[in-house]
Design a protein around this ligand. Structure first.
Ligand code: ADP
Ligand code: MG
Length: 386
């Protein structure tokens, strides 16, 4: 409890953009996040008053951090599961807990559990050897997809493999692998929900997530032309997964819509997620506020949309030789040109391909919103003419 305000203290392990935007949502709730940051210049460390420096893989650092927190939550999946269990054994309240989070940390465990629950997934198998890979490929066909069971993000840790020889090095590296059939994807969707420890659930509209090279570039809310019954099914599925796995906080369920119209679960994230950044402007309650409400076991907020359509485009760092050169000058021109497109920069240094921010626009005309957010993102990252 914060003695001055009488309000609980939420600690978030990790200080990237998700923690930074959670801090933004914490302010009107009278709170300030405590963050565990690896570096003093991490995105959230720059905007939070209560920053503990330390490594999220170091149990002592985690314990030091958790002291005085009413609840501890996560900005990423990289805290060792046994450390989360150790914190809980110390009496620290953690949301989501280790039992739930393991399914967002390990794609093998996630596939096993979802298969037990009868949740539709791509055909999959754990792959430990060339023989496993050969027999799995004989079954599901080539090319297939290999994934690192743990530690991947933004497509790092996902490989499309044409034949067993292509994976020789990967197999030899000792990386724990999950194989999946290469799904014929019409498009990718996400069903984002929140669940509180009390058991209250809330859903946002199902969105379309547009990916390029394994990284999300655009999100459209709601997913265009998605039949209402399919959207309902996806939301119910996400709520069911949240309940069965005991998820607390925001749960993002990444989905594939297959070319023959089925929905398959790709993966789970148990934290605010890129597919719901649009909720900052596009929903009465943003995912960041909802995550705070949920982990504090407060009643959840309304998820009603604020506009017919909301489109978000990620800002992925461009090349070094961009013209005009300074991001400051590009921001200036962007603002002049797109007064109704909202800018979110994460306080990160620019590197090619790195997620450094996003832009969002809400309105009635979807094609116009898509064109403008795309043009704005393109100009901010790659320069050129407006
Ligand atoms: N089984 C699959 N079939 C076809 N494409 C896939 C498959 N699995 C992943 N992908 C593609 O790779 C992207 C990243 O995979 P994902 O498992 O979500 O990894 P990450 O943890 O990096 O987000 C997906 O969004 C999708 O575009
Ligand atoms: Mg993913």
């Amino acid at each position: 409890m914060d003695a001055r305000t009488g309000l609980p203290v939420v600690g978030m392990v990790g200080a990237g953009q998700l923690a930074r935007m959670t801090q933004q949502a914490a302010i009107p709730l009278g709170q300030s996040l405590r963050v565990l940051a690896v570096n003093a210049d991490d995105g959230a460390a720059l905007v939070c008053a209560d920053v503990v420096l330390g490594d999220h893989r170091d149990l002592d650092a985690l314990r030091r951090f958790a002291t005085g927190c009413d609840v501890v939550t996560w900005d990423h999946e990289h805290v060792p599961n046994e450390h989360i269990r150790a914190l809980a054994a110390d009496g620290v309240v953690v949301h989501p807990g280790a039992d739930a989070l393991q399914y967002a940390q390990d794609k093998g465990l996630m596939r096993t559990r979802l298969s037990e629950l009868g949740v539709p997934c791509p055909r999959w198998r754990r792959i430990g050897s060339r023989e496993d890979l050969q027999s799995f490929g004989d079954e599901v066909g080539w090319p297939l997809v290999l994934k690192a069971a743990r530690g991947g993000y933004d497509g790092k840790g996902v490989w499309v493999v044409d034949r067993p020889e292509d994976a020789a090095e990967l197999l030899a590296s000792g990386t724990e692998l999950v194989g999946e059939e290469k799904v014929a994807i019409r498009r990718e969707l996400a069903a984002d929900v929140a669940r509180s420890p009390f058991g209250q659930g809330a859903t946002w509209p199902v969105v379309e997530t547009v990916q390029q090279d394994g990284i999300c570039v655009e999100v459209i809310a709601p997913a265009p032309s998605l039949p209402e019954d399919v959207a309902d099914e996806a939301q119910q599925l996400a709520l069911r997964i949240a309940g069965e796995l005991g998820v607390t906080g925001v749960l993002a369920v990444e989905l594939f819509e297959t070319t023959d119209g089925r929905l398959l679960v790709n993966e789970l994230a148990m934290r605010p997620h890129n597919s719901a950044h649009w909720t900052i402007e596009g929903s009465r309650t943003s995912q960041f506020e909802q995550h705070l409400r949920a982990v504090l076991d407060y009643p959840l907020g309304s998820t009603a949309p604020t506009a017919r359509w909301t489109v978000m485009a990620n800002l992925l760092g461009g090349p070094d030789d961009v013209e005009p050169k300074g991001i400051d000058e590009r921001v200036h021109h962007f603002m002049a040109h797109f007064p109704d497109v909202k800018l979110h920069l994460y306080g990160k240094g620019m590197r090619p391909g790195r997620k450094v921010g996003h832009v969002t626009a809400c309105g009635e005309d979807l094609e116009d919103l898509r064109a403008r957010t795309r043009a704005a993102a393109e100009y901010l990252m790659n320069g050129g003419e407006l």
